[in-house]
Structure formats: structure tokens, C-alpha cells
Design a protein around this ligand. Structure first.
Ligand SMILES: Nc1ncnc2c1ncn2[C@@H]1O[C@H](COP(=O)(O)OP(=O)(O)OP(=O)(O)O)[C@@H](O)[C@H]1O
Ligand SMILES: [Mg+2]
Length: 259
């Protein structure tokens, strides 16, 4: 008989609530993500998907509940049974474990591709220029852009820029990658190359939470699909179940738009 190994989740969100003034956007989100897992979050506009990702990275503070990444509560620490806010420096250290890729790539226009990628490791995290450059070149190979190391972002296509943004997020060697609609700003013919890069990362065992409307990506690359609506997780499960046989009427109604 095989022993069943219990794996600690890399992300553990419990009863996460988030409001902006009177507007309650997250109404008690519970989600565990195990190391190596690829979770795709689907849901209508305004359902709180981006807000949830931003809370994981502490770009937003939560009002109630907790989010742990790699065993540490994000933004706070427990001291004498009380939660104490971490300093900006301590939060920056936590963020090192988390890479984020947005819809807008936000590359620095006055820096080359290589400079964009080594900026955080050298400038913020104190890596040597040589080590950061070697790592950046490996990452550029991985996203298929080694030949563009010395180009400026404006000379790249949108898809290439987003692959650079992915390499830049990977440069801090994160344990977790968050993607917020990484292909939504791209011309349709450029979407495939970015999704294919993301699929490679998933195959290589990176832990990823991906907000996307690309149902094909969810079907092929996700270990789990989570459907959010109105600040709640309505339904989740294997892609073939949630996408192929959704149980909740709201999931069915949402997915019907994609057929
Ligand atoms: N900084 C903010 N201040 C006030 N309201 C906000 C803020 N950020 C988000 N909201 C509101 O919170 C709700 C959820 O927004 P969020 O961006 O998380 O939705 P989403 O699911 O990512 O939607 P989309 O698919 O359109 O990206 C929306 O009603 C939005 O207007
Ligand atoms: Mg969003």
C-alpha cells in the first residue's frame, strides 16, 4: 500500500474578504493551491478575480481572513497571538516569492530587454550583474527571445513584450506566478505564442494562478478551474468537469458565451 503524502499548500487563502468603501468585492474566498498546481480562475467582469490576485501579492490589503504563501501570512506576522503589519521591506521580501504578469506588460521603455529583466534582481535584490545576466539569458531562451536581449521594447511585438514580461517576473525566481489576463491586450494572432510559453512553464512544474478568458488554455493546461462570481467561488474542479459538465447555473451561463 502506498503511503499518501500530505503536501502543504503553497497558497492557503481562508475566508478572504475585501471591500472598497461600501463595495464588498471578495466575500469569503477559500482556496488552497498545492506546489506545481496550475489553477485557472474564470468569471465575469467585476467578479473580483483581479482583486483576489492583487490580495495574494499584497497589492491590496484584505479586510478579513488570511492569505499564506509558502507558510507565511502575506503582509502580517503573528506575534504574541496578535497580527502585526509587516514593514514595506518585509513585504518586499515576501513578494520575492511571487511573480506577477499583468494585461499591460509595463516594460521600461528606455531599457533594453536584458536591462528590464535584470533590473529587479540587481537593483532590488542585490544579485551580481553577472549572475543576473546569465539567469536572464537562460530565461530569454526559455521564452524564445534570446536574440532580442539588446532590443528595446518598442521594437518588439506585443506578444514578444509579454514574453519578456514573463521572463522579468521569473527573474526573481518566484515560487508562485500570478497571471492576470496576460493575453487580453494582444492582437489575436499573438495570443498563441504567449499561451504556449505559459503552457511550457506549467509543464515545467511552476505553480501558477491564471486569470484568463482563454478556455482552451484552461482545458489543456489547468489542473483545476475555479469559477468566481460576485466575490464568491461558485464552483471548482478538474477542467473536464467544470468546463465540460458545469453544475451551477451561473457557471453554465458564463460558459455558454464561449461556445
Ligand atoms: N481600487 C479600487 N477601488 C474601488 N473599486 C475597485 C478597485 N479595484 C476594483 N474595484 C471594484 O471591485 C470590483 C471587482 O473588480 P476586479 O477588478 O477584481 O474584477 P475582475 O473580476 O478582475 O473583472 P474583469 O474581468 O473586468 O477584469 C469591481 O466592481 C471594481 O470596480
Ligand atoms: Mg480583472
Amino acid at each position: 500500500m502506498n503511503a499518501i503524502a500530505t503536501v502543504e499548500p503553497l497558497v492557503r487563502a481562508r475566508n478572504v474578504h475585501k471591500s472598497f468603501d461600501q463595495l464588498e468585492v471578495l466575500k469569503g474566498i477559500d482556496l488552497d493551491v498545492t506546489p506545481g498546481e496550475v489553477v485557472v480562475i474564470l468569471g465575469p467582469s467585476g467578479s473580483g478575480k483581479s482583486t483576489f490576485l492583487r490580495c495574494i501579492n499584497h497589492l491590496e490589503t484584505i479586510n478579513r481572513g488570511s492569505i499564506e504563501v509558502d507558510g507565511e501570512q502575506i503582509g502580517y506576522r503573528l506575534r504574541k497571538n496578535r497580527l502585526e503589519k509587516l514593514s514595506n521591506n518585509q513585504i518586499a521580501v515576501q513578494r520575492r516569492k511571487i511573480g506577477m504578469v499583468f494585461q499591460q506588460f509595463n516594460l521600461y521603455p528606455h531599457m533594453t530587454v536584458l536591462q528590464n529583466i535584470i533590473e529587479a534582481p540587481c537593483g532590488i535584490h542585490g544579485e551580481s550583474r553577472k549572475a543576473a545576466t546569465e539567469n536572464a539569458m537562460r530565461l530569454l531562451e526559455r521564452v524564445g527571445l534570446a536574440a532580442k536581449a539588446d532590443s528595446y521594447p518598442r521594437h518588439l511585438s506585443g506578444g514578444q513584450q509579454q514574453r519578456v514580461a514573463i521572463a522579468r517576473a521569473l527573474a526573481i525566481k518566484p515560487k508562485l506566478m500570478l497571471f492576470d489576463e496576460p493575453t487580453s491586450a494582444l492582437d489575436p494572432e499573438l495570443v498563441g505564442e504567449v499561451l504556449s510559453t505559459m503552457r511550457d512553464l506549467a509543464d515545467q512544474g511552476l505553480t501558477m494562478i491564471v486569470v484568463t478568458h482563454e478556455i482552451g488554455f484552461a482545458r489543456e493546461a489547468a489542473d483545476r478551474v475555479v469559477f468566481m462570481d460576485g466575490g464568491h467561488i461558485i464552483e471548482q474542479g478538474k477542467p473536464e468537469d467544470v468546463l465540460g459538465n458545469p453544475q451551477h447555473p451561473r457557471t453554465r451561463s458564463f460558459l455558454s458565451r464561449f461556445i
